[in-house]
Design a protein around this ligand. Structure first.
Ligand SMILES: Nc1ncnc2c1ncn2[C@@H]1O[C@H](COP(=O)(O)OP(=O)(O)OP(=O)(O)O)[C@@H](O)[C@H]1O
Ligand SMILES: [Mg+2]
Length: 335
């Protein structure tokens, strides 16, 4: 992908011709915490992040763009890593990331299961399913003892990528689960049979931090936080981090933040670049080097009911998600 959009934080942009426009005062923004890096487990630093690595061109996050290794081919499948796409703010790119990261991982030979865990059912609709024509959904799997995972999973148009669909029925589960024993572990329990079959399970969360999202975090090894590159996107991130911390302490000690993903980035605006700068200040190396630029192709591909990797295979949006797939595979142990 063309990294483009280089900009200066502490380091001046290469080839800059003039001064940056003067900074105007901005509304105050909630930082996630004084220094969240002190508290959260992260994957080991990658070779390209070593301080002695040769100087590279700055990427859109203001850090040198790494050379991401080509994912190694897999000969066997299983030991799935479970990842939640999580942000209680709506419309930040959770579903778009689940679909397109999933499709890109499948292109790299990974067996992927997408879990639509949002009663809006956008992930299912975005892959061409009709919400009124679903016989069984995640809701049945969660609430009915005799329904098995294999009965609910459906193939998608992408080879190697399956889907656990969802529709508005799932909103009832949030209420009904409250009365269940081990209510936070329900999704983890029903997903257990998938772990031996798939390499990656991506859970698309709804925009809330309620019981469904807590179930998703309890079932996960990692969290990816998509964040729209605009100021108000940073508000509320502290609450998300607190929720992740609580789930880790009380329910799921292995839970990691796999990465924070800047979405709807517009490298032409100082605004987008400043938001990226702040994200890197607050979250350090957990911010993915890959950013997803703003393009209407994403909405077009949703209407078409397929990932951008097949709808517009050579677009910059498709390439960005392929690069993200490489980056997450480089971060994950044994991936
Ligand atoms: N990089 C992008 N550029 C332009 N539009 C985008 C981009 N990513 C997502 N969109 C569009 O923005 C809208 C919201 O995206 P998406 O549904 O992925 O967000 P979400 O976080 O899952 O929302 P919700 O919280 O409602 O589930 C969709 O119409 C989608 O097509
Ligand atoms: Mg969504």
């Amino acid at each position: 992908m063309n990294a483009g959009g280089t900009f200066g934080g502490s380091v001046p942009p290469s080839g800059a011709t003039g001064e940056m426009p003067p900074r105007t005062p901005r509304p105050p923004v909630d930082p996630p915490s004084p220094d969240p890096r002190d508290e959260l487990p992260v994957s080991d630093p990658l070779p390209f992040e070593r301080p002695d690595a040769p100087q590279r061109e700055l990427g859109p996050t203001g850090r040198p763009m790494p050379d991401l290794p080509e994912p190694r081919p897999l000969t066997t499948h299983g030991h799935a890593r479970v990842i939640s796409m999580c942000n209680q703010k709506g419309g930040v790119g959770k579903t778009t990331t689940a679909i397109n990261l999933g499709a890109s991982l499948a292109e790299y030979g990974r067996k992927v299961l997408l879990v639509d865990f949002d009663p809006q059912g956008s992930l299912s609709v975005g892959l061409g399913l009709n919400p009124h024509e679903m016989e069984l959904t995640v809701y049945n799997l969660l609430m009915e003892k005799d329904v098995e995972l294999s009965e609910v999973v459906v193939p998608t148009g992408v080879e190697g990528m399956d889907l656990l669909p969802s529709n508005i029925d799932l909103s009832a589960a949030e209420v009904q689960l409250v009365h269940e024993v081990a209510r936070e572990q329900t999704l983890q329990r029903v997903l257990a049979p998938a772990l031996a079959e798939y390499d990656v399970v991506l859970i698309d969360c709804q925009p809330s931090l309620g019981l469904l999202t807590v179930n998703a975090l309890t079932a996960s090894d990692g969290v990816i936080v998509p964040l729209e590159c605009e100021y108000f996107a940073l508000r509320g991130v502290a609450l998300l981090k607190t929720t992740i911390d609580k789930v880790r302490e009380r329910l799921n000690p292995k839970l990691e933040i796999d990465g924070v993903l800047g979405t709807m980035y517009d490298g032409r605006t100082l605004h987008s670049r400043e938001v990226m700068e702040r994200l890197v200040q607050a979250w350090g190396d957990r911010v993915f080097h890959t950013v997803i630029r703003r393009t209407v192709k994403f909405s077009d591909s949703t209407v078409a009911g397929e990932p951008i990797t097949s709808y517009a295979s050579s677009s910059t949006g498709a390439d960005a998600y392929r690069q993200l797939a490489k980056e997450v595979l480089a971060r994950w142990p044994d991936a």
